[in-house]
Design a protein around this ligand. Structure first.
Ligand code: 4AD
Ligand code: MG
Length: 475
């Protein structure tokens, strides 16, 4: 089998046993007759402490911070407060050396800005260890929740010809191929379609939703979890050019209610599991990393995501709340809220952090500012709205967006035309409405924003291991 990880050894091996671990050196502390090596392999947050008491071992010890090493020794109960078990080393050998003088990670606090300049080495820091373990568990937790609810994971494409959100924030992909005619016809089978892809540019997807709708029209409950791309020329703390989105799509729903309860229980359950299983990782963020500008303490954010019911307010009422506050406290907002315009980030933060002090669903946005696929509500006195929802959470603002989809073919055709899109290009999408249409809807959750909200990291750039954003695409 595989050699056990440090975590497996600490959790499952009886004390007294001889063990062998491999990992990287976080620190070495040498005294006269003893030495302490702090070793990590990424399988737990704390790593393991190795104590050397053999004087010849200590004298000949040549390892440095950053080196990869193999330690053989005895697992014992630790007298120290920091750890339950440690290893009494009997042999230490270097696997790969590391020049400690030029190694950028020293035993001191490094700023997140500095760490961004060494993206290839920062995974070895404790903070990144904690972050990646949280990402891993969060991605699993969200998907496990959906799997338990009988959702089918569907694989939606990255290359597409459609700008789902209609925002024009697409990256165009062109081929670098110099081939004029494809080869290997015999192997690929005959395909008589006229060539377009490779000759014609396509986009990298801004959302898997339209393809998820295809799959929901056959599997009822589906989700897709993919990288998504937005060419937004914005340098904010919550926008990436490449981010992960978890999108659900459900057939046979005719109100937003099932989407709200699904989103709420999925987030509540995942966050609870995270708090139970990754206590040291989350505490690390609460103690060491949380942004000084954070208006809501992390523990309160976690509580709000797990304990209290998410608040709900209509877009129209939210505008009224924002306007009333602005009247009482002029100059609260840089730009006052106006019915018919999208909520600004400052409005979102006010609503979830100050007004509701926790997650809040904002419902029924004006149809005119929303994508063509959203189903308009029956006309009301305040103006035409669509059956849409945004979930706002402290720390990241908009975490999720969803809607009911227009499933009437004639109304959809009208919406397409109004949006300046050609129904011919969307004939496949129209077919879903022609052949056994089912009322349906779904939402997309910004995975990196969820991790941002949970960890309290100020910038989403530090949440993504290899962040791509305007002006930045390091290797
Ligand atoms: O609100 P958005 O644009 O909604 C959609 O794309 C829908 N098609 C989803 C659906 O209904 N299936 O994006 C969904 C979420 C946002 O709420 C936000 O959390 C995140 O994706 N998001 C971003 N995250 C990081 N960087 C960006 N540039 C983001 N743009 C959106
Ligand atoms: Mg949105």
């Amino acid at each position: 089998g595989l050699p056990p990880t440090i975590d497996q050894i600490l959790c499952a091996t009886p004390t007294g046993a001889t063990v062998q671990v491999r990992g990287w050196v976080r620190s070495v502390r040498k005294q006269k007759s003893r030495a302490f090596i702090h070793l990590f392999d990424g399988s737990n947050l704390a790593g393991v402490q190795v104590l050397l008491e053999d004087s010849s071992l200590v004298q000949n010890l040549a390892i440095t911070t950053g080196a990869s090493v193999e330690v053989t020794g005895q697992l014992v109960n630790s007298p120290g407060k920091e750890q339950a078990k440690e290893i009494h080393g009997q042999a230490v050998c270097t696997i790969g050396t590391c020049n400690a003088d030029s190694y950028p990670l020293q035993k001191k606090h490094h700023s997140v800005e500095f760490l961004r300049t060494i993206v290839h080495l920062r995974p070895r820091t404790k903070t990144f260890n904690a972050l990646m373990r949280i990402r891993n568990h969060a991605a699993n937790g969200l998907q496990r929740y959906l799997q338990d609810q009988a959702f089918v994971q569907v694989h939606t494409p990255i290359f597409t010809t459609h700008d789902c959100e209609g925002g024009g924030e697409v990256f165009r992909v062109t081929s670098n191929s110099t081939l004029t005619a494809p080869t290997g016809h015999d192997k690929g089978g005959s395909d008589t379609n006229k060539a377009e892809f490779f000759d014609q540019p396509v986009y990298t997807t801004v959302s898997g939703q339209l393809h998820a709708e295809v799959m929901a029209s056959a599997f009822t409950r589906v989700y897709t979890f993919n990288p998504t791309f937005r060419a937004e020329p914005s340098l904010t703390y919550r926008h990436l050019a490449e981010f992960w989105m978890l999108e659900t799509e459900l057939a046979f729903i005719d109100s937003l209610e099932p989407l709200l309860s699904l989103a709420e229980s999925m987030l509540r359950s995942t966050t609870k599991t995270l708090l139970d299983t990754l206590t040291p990782e989350l505490d690390h963020f609460a103690q060491w990393v949380v942004s000084k500008k954070a208006t809501v303490p992390l523990a309160d954010r976690w509580r709000a995501l797990t304990d209290q019911p998410f608040a709900r307010i209509s877009y129209s009422d939210a505008i009224a709340v924002l306007q009333a506050y602005e009247t009482k406290h002029p100059k609260t907002f840089e730009v006052p809220a106006v019915w018919g315009q999208d909520l600004r980030h400052e409005h979102e933060r006010f609503l979830c952090e100050q007004y509701f002090k926790g997650p809040v669903f904002v419902l029924d946005f004006p149809a005119a500012i929303k994508a063509f696929y959203m189903k308009p509500n029956p006309p009301s006195s305040s103006g035409l709205t669509a059956a849409s929802v945004d979930l706002l959470v402290p720390g990241s603002g908009e975490l999720m967006g969803g809607s009911l989809r227009e499933h009437d073919p004639l109304c959809l055709e009208q919406r397409l035309v109004q949006a300046g899109l050609s129904p011919v290009d969307y004939s496949w999408y129209m077919d879903l409405r022609r052949f056994g249409p089912a009322p349906h809807g779904g939402f997309g959750l910004g995975f990196d924003r969820y991790v941002q909200a949970i960890t309290g990291l100020e910038s989403i750039r530090d949440v993504m291991p290899f962040a791509r954003y305007y002006g930045h695409c390091q290797f």
